[in-house]
Ligand binder design. Structure first.
Ligand code: ARG
Length: 463
């Protein structure tokens, strides 16, 4: 590529090499090239549509831009640092290809409204991809839940055994989180899909442009109403990084559970060889690297959110070069969320095996049925607080005697309270303990089956 001077004739000489390096964004904003080309093609068409350039000129521009696209896809267009950024790189290559006509492309446009447009085109595309990934993740959870309605797992509060659960119910909690993530991204999509192009550098343009026309070519739902806001707003990116942070929070919580579950101490799951790694020194080890990496990667997404907030807070209107720093945060945020979703989906789909007999044993050998004894008495007229205290006492004496509640004889139960009958044994059996929690949203098998049906409908109805 021939060396050309970037700036107007006001400038003499060239940039100091260190400053050129410092100033350039081409090293990372090349990621926007497809969107930049698409935006430029629409802009060229609009210029012809409004008579600002001729139709023949627009055709030349569009063909030239498509050639740049082809060259890029074939690996033949690799602009270097001397091009500063993707916008200059494309415009220069275009002018090399089509000649002087290329110099008309930037009529009625600034890099400020151009880059804002590129990022919105990029992000709306990525949001759609991430929403699709969330749907796949939800489907995998749902499949796993369907197979495990009657698989029991200890439920915890404070990481202390609390009450047993249907494993499906536990998994479906993550379905709900992912559902909110999906909805949130849909809302953010709406605010992202607004066109800034036509804002000019900051104040609009003297040319009779048709912004609605450009918006319709690019499938934007609307146009930015204020030119200053159009070029300098990055709220949509901050909202995206906030939603991305919540997605990884959810994945990280699930990761933490899988890490615990795969430990010797819990022993609730086994990781398959395809999704686990070993140690270079300890031959017995199988490590949960996937959930650990997901948990670890959350930090950088939060970091990008924080970085963007700090980036914006002191910026006077309108465009400031600080805004060039938005890109790496957005790109890495997108890449990280996508990678985490993909890895967790694979892990859940084929990398994890629940040790159902271990789980059944776990829920049978603890005091997580204590609430059910209290509920048993309360249902028979004993005030709950009284029943609660009584059962607390039984737990204490049983612990001391190395017994479980199911080991008490009917006589012992009756000594505690005359309301106890033979059916107490059924009431405290783990399956029954779970089955009985049939309040809406609870873990009772009937409710869980209903929840699965609702989840299925939801995936069918909301595409
Ligand atoms: N590379 C720049 C960015 O990413 C493009 C916009 C430059 N605008 C300007 N007035 N210098 O923000």
């Amino acid at each position: 590529m021939t060396e050309k001077k970037t700036w107007s004739d006001r400038f003499e000489g060239s940039l100091h090499p260190a400053i050129a390096r410092f100033n350039a964004s081409i090293g990372f904003d090349i990621e926007l090239i497809e969107y930049d080309l698409t935006g430029s093609i629409a802009h060229a068409k609009m210029l012809a549509h409004t008579g600002i350039i001729s139709v023949a000129e627009a055709e030349v521009l569009v063909a030239g831009l498509e050639q740049v696209r082809t060259e890029y896809r074939e690996g033949k267009f690799n602009p270097g640092i001397e091009q500063e950024d993707v916008h200059f790189a494309v415009e220069r290559r275009l002018t090399e290809i089509v000649g002087d006509a290329g110099k008309k492309l930037h009529t009625a446009r600034s890099r400020n409204d151009q880059v804002a447009t590129d990022i919105r085109l990029y992000l709306r595309d990525q949001i759609e991809q991430i929403r699709t990934q969330l749907r796949e993740f939800q489907q995998i959870i749902l499949d796993l839940a369907q197979k495990n309605v009657e698989t029991l797992i200890p439920g915890y509060t404070h990481l202390q055994r609390a009450q047993p659960l249907s494993l499906a119910h536990h998994l479906l909690a993550y379905f709900q989180m992912a559902q909110r993530d999906w909805e949130r991204l849909g809302e953010i999509y709406r605010r992202t899909n607004i066109l800034p192009l036509g804002s000019g550098a900051l104040a609009g343009t003297t040319f009779p442009i048709d912004r609605e026309y450009t918006a319709s070519l690019l499938n934007f739902d609307g146009i930015c109403a204020n030119s200053l806001d159009g070029v300098s707003d990055r709220d949509f990116a901050i909202e995206f990084l906030s939603a991305a942070s919540l997605i990884v929070v959810h994945l990280s919580r699930l990761s933490e559970e899988i890490i615990l579950w795969s430990s010797e101490e819990f022993g609730f799951v086994t990781l398959k060889d395809s999704c686990a790694t070993g140690s270079s020194i300890m031959p017995q080890k199988k490590n949960p690297d996937v959930p650990e990496l997901v948990r670890g990667k959350t930090g950088r997404v939060f970091g990008h959110l924080q970085g963007m907030l700090v980036l914006m807070k002191g910026l006077p209107l309108a465009y400031n070069k600080d805004l060039q720093e938005d890109k790496e945060a957005i790109f890495d945020g997108v890449r990280t969320v996508k990678a985490c979703l993909e890895a967790m989906s694979v892990l859940l789909q084929e990398g994890i095996e629940f040790r159902t007999s271990r789980l059944a044993q776990a829920v049978a050998e603890d005091f997580s049925n204590a609430t059910d004894v209290a509920d048993y008495l309360a249902a028979r007229g004993v005030p709950f607080r009284e029943a609660y205290n009584l059962v607390g006492k039984v737990v204490k004496t049983s612990l001391a005697a190395g017994k479980l509640l199911k080991d008490l004889t009917l006589e012992e139960w009756k000594q505690l309270h005359p309301a106890f009958e033979e059916d107490i044994y059924l009431a405290i059996a783990p399956k029954q303990v779970v089955a009985a929690r049939n309040s809406y949203g609870g873990t009772g098998f009937k409710r869980v089956r209903e929840a699965i049906e609702r989840a299925k409908d939801l995936l069918l109805e909301q595409k």
